[in-house]
Ligand binder design. Structure first.
Ligand SMILES: O=C(O)CCC(=O)C(=O)O
Ligand SMILES: [Fe+2]
Length: 294
């Protein structure tokens, strides 16, 4: 069985369709390999000092290096890649807002064994979300070449509606081989895991995940990016990081105020609430807001 591959001219409609029907797709050569080299350079001091995982899931020979918003200006371009963001918005359209869930470089070192096959949405206490509710739109960018030998991610085709806590074997997987600069976009439901690295070189991926705005983020964006750096970012980036209300009330500050207004120190005190939902709501919340009136 082959994985779903799209050219780098693909539209977000095509990506969203692939996610719905297959739980994943690979977009080859979406950015130039030099973009990956720049990120490697900006992140190198942090990567060398990142600890190994403490368990088999995180990988005893695997390093995870986060805080990409704060640490790498080039990574911010990937975080806001238009194709990825538009596809994620479509994929997560049942929720009023979406947000960055985590950013990390995953370095699979030589000799690292394969990771347990899993769904990323297990993060929320293994809650078995309904098939028609999508929690996440996730990306693994090939920061190095992604090969069967160096531990490229393995995917279980058509596993996205199998339900929580299912077990699959390596024989049921297909390797997501792809050139450096390509990206695999996948849902929180598809079973996958890092492969075994049998080479003498590292395998690296940039893992950037997005989730429904009302779910708790895995990487704490408010602490990962110090306020003085956050203040230099534009509103769109801050909203993506979670400086906005999800639905009508999730994340308000003080007297029911909008978090971005508070962070920017705006004098005018605008109340959060269903008025927010009219801009970015899903159909159910928008209709509710309209019924409530001003
Ligand atoms: O590194 C990989 O190939 C996949 C990692 C992964 O799936 C995870 O940590 O959730
Ligand atoms: Fe995963």
């Amino acid at each position: 069985m082959e994985l779903i591959r799209l050219p780098n001219t693909a539209t977000s409609e095509e990506v969203a369709k692939a996610l719905k029907e297959h739980g994943h797709c690979i977009v080859e050569n979406l950015v130039a390999p030099e973009v990956m080299d720049r990120i490697a350079e900006e992140m190198s001091e942090f990567i060398t000092t990142s600890p190994y995982g403490e368990d088999k899931f995180l990988g005893n020979l695997t390093q995870r290096t986060g805080s990409l918003v704060a640490r790498s200006e080039t990574a911010r371009e990937l975080i806001r890649h238009p194709l990825v963001l538009d596809s994620a918005k479509k994929h997560l359209s049942k929720s009023s807002t979406m947000q960055l869930q985590l950013t990390q470089i995953i370095t699979v070192n030589p000799g690292a064994p394969s990771q347990i096959l899993h769904q990323d949405q297990l993060a929320w206490d293994f809650f078995d979300f309904p098939d028609d509710f999508e929690t996440q739109c996730n990306t693994l960018w090939a920061m190095t070449e992604y090969t069967a030998e160096n531990g490229a991610t393995r995917v279980v085709p058509n596993s996205m509606y199998a339900g929580a806590r299912q077990k699959f074997t390596e024989e049921q997987t297909v390797v997501a081989e792809m050139p450096k600069g390509s990206v695999m976009i996948y849902t929180g439901k598809i079973y996958h895991g890092a492969g075994t690295n049998t080479t003498d070189k590292i395998r690296q991926a940039i893992n950037i995940n997005y989730c429904a705005g009302w779910l708790r983020q895995e990487e704490n964006q408010y602490l990962a990016t110090p306020p003085e750096i956050a203040q230099t970012l534009d509103d769109e980036m801050l909203k993506l990081m979670g400086y906005q209300c999800a639905c009508f009330a999730m994340g308000y500050v003080r007297d029911f105020e909008d978090p971005l207004d508070v962070f920017r120190g705006k004098k005018e005190r605008r109340s959060a609430g269903f008025n927010i939902v009219t801009d970015n709501g899903n159909d159910v919340t928008k209709n509710y807001a309209e019924e409530l009136g001003g």
